[in-house]
Design a protein around this ligand. Structure first.
Ligand code: SF4
Length: 199
């Protein structure tokens, strides 16, 4: 590892200790991933950090080709013991907000260290607002367009989730030496991962 990257990793670890440097060739983008968003996820079209407002898999592949190194950032979220399957993602929303703020902080730290291309990505639908601006527009029957992502209230912090951009997060984590697994109970500890593209 070159000295610059070594110094950067120390700086990033001062923000959040649990992160791992990976070559971007370990990141897998697959066209099937957004089927899981489009069919079966109630957040599809309801958050600006989710499809159809996020980069398509083709756009993601093209963007990733401009990077060689990235860091995967690991977080743990303990769900509310009263959580139900229907509200499983809401049960960890505080942890998602913490992750989103930390990913933004890491992106900024990398940028200020000279990694001017730094770009953060999250996991899960954005939880920064109680109701996303897009949800409010839909309630008022206002027309919604792909470019409505410009209406986000928290542009400095909000970044799309990896899966929303077509990244196969499971395969990527396995390639990086993690051991992701499917959770079968909404009360199990959740591992969340963010990604910072570096250079
Ligand atoms: S920050 Fe608020 S407005 Fe922006 S995507 Fe998240 S929930 Fe929606």
């Amino acid at each position: 590892m070159n000295k610059d990257l070594e110094n950067l990793l120390s700086e990033l670890k001062a923000v959040h200790e649990d992160l791992r440097l990976i070559p971007t060739e370990m990141i897998v983008v697959s066209d099937w991933v957004r089927l899981k968003c489009r069919y079966g996820c109630e957040n599809y079209g309801n958050h600006l950090g989710c499809p159809p407002f996020t980069p398509t898999p083709s756009e993601t592949r093209a963007a990733l080709s401009a990077y060689r190194n990235a860091v995967l950032v690991r977080f743990e979220a303990k769900p509310d013991p009263k959580a139900t399957v229907k509200h499983a993602s809401r049960a960890i929303s505080n942890s998602v907000v913490k992750m989103q703020n930390t990913v933004a902080e890491l992106e900024r730290a990398a940028f200020l260290a000279g990694y001017y291309k730094a770009f953060g990505m999250n996991a899960m639908p954005c939880s920064l607002c109680d109701t996303c601006v897009i949800g409010e527009m839909q309630k008022k029957d206002q027309a919604v367009f792909d470019l409505d992502s410009v209406k986000c209230r928290n542009k400095k912090t909000m970044r799309p989730s990896m899966e929303a951009c077509g990244i196969d997060v499971f395969k990527t984590l396995q390639n990086a030496g993690f051991r992701p697994r499917v959770l079968k109970d909404c009360k199990e500890m959740v591992e969340l991962f963010g990604l910072i593209l570096l250079d």
